[in-house]
Design a protein around this ligand. Sequence first.
Ligand SMILES: Cc1ncc(COP(=O)(O)O)c(C=O)c1O
Length: 364
Amino acid sequence: MEQHEHDAQADLSPRTKVVALGRPERSPGASLNPPVTFTSTYIQDGPVNYARVDNPTWTPFEEAVGELEGGAALLFSSGMAAVHAALALVPTGGTVVAPAAAYNGVVVSLTEAQADGRVTVRWVDVTDADAVCEALPGADLLWLESPSNPLLEVADIAGLTTAAHEAGALVVVDNTFATPLLQRPLEDGVDVVVHSATKYLSGHSDVILGLVVTCDDELRARLARHRTLAGAIAGPMEAWLALRGLRTLSLRLERACANAADLAGRLADHPRIARVRYPGWGAIVSIEVDGDGDGSAAAEALTAGTRIWSASTSLGGVESQLERRRRQPGEPEAVPVNLVRLSVGVEDVDDLWADLRQALDALE
Ligand SMILES: Cc1ncc(COP(=O)(O)O)c(C=O)c1O
């Protein structure tokens, strides 16, 4: 984006930005939407010579998300590709302070890296700021996910970032659950934001993509180099679909968050719900189901008993989804076996509740 364009966008509401950013320059006859560029290479002597390095279809989505987060974004082939680019900032033999309960792909990656002797991991409860601070001296990186998947734990991002920087550690925040419309970690001094753009940013459960965002030019260059060398790049069609999905992020999120707040209240009163986890914002609600033994069979029966809610992994789409998380291999043991994660979609909330209630009422 040109500097003058950037300045013209800076004072806009995020609700306008999701619609307005990443458009082609206006001129008579120009298309309103960016084109999809399918190419593996470019005629030589231009700014980029190979499409593993850059693709013009990535740029509008990167510019839009970068502006929303307050930094420069780089698109990756998946959220996990973005996670691994960020983890590659840790030197071999380095130390990572990480949440004991977070997205299982991150926990498994760090566990295996530690088992291979590549890093040392200090696992912490990120809601216990004193414990995190005690773990920081000598660390290279503090990894945060807030709200976390699927326990919905919320960390003090600003306070922990200050403490991590005093200890000389970089801070990465996975902002997938919040999106930049609800939380902007770079404004708290965080070094790198990571997204699974598979979820809310694209919003229609039809692409796998990831992003990293940073304000630091040197970190951006290292992350871009990792992307090029690892080859963890997005297909142009997926990038275009993600930008199209982003256009409705504010509308989708507004409805989904309102639905989630409503459902969290109704669920709390149901006799088969032992606990509702809901941080008071966002569109994910996790519930613990009461049942014989450890409640896992009742939780499975709930997910099998709904008509509108789909029993499927993933989250952040327009469609409501639910899943007993411990059916996933690698899910941290801190996640109760009877926990069902609800990704609340944009359907009519009374229909969503009626569907959940009939499935809960039908439990033996
Ligand atoms: C919080 C969080 N981070 C990262 C990822 C990984 O993203 P992807 O599935 O796009 O690789 C996920 C996926 O569920 C997630 O929930």
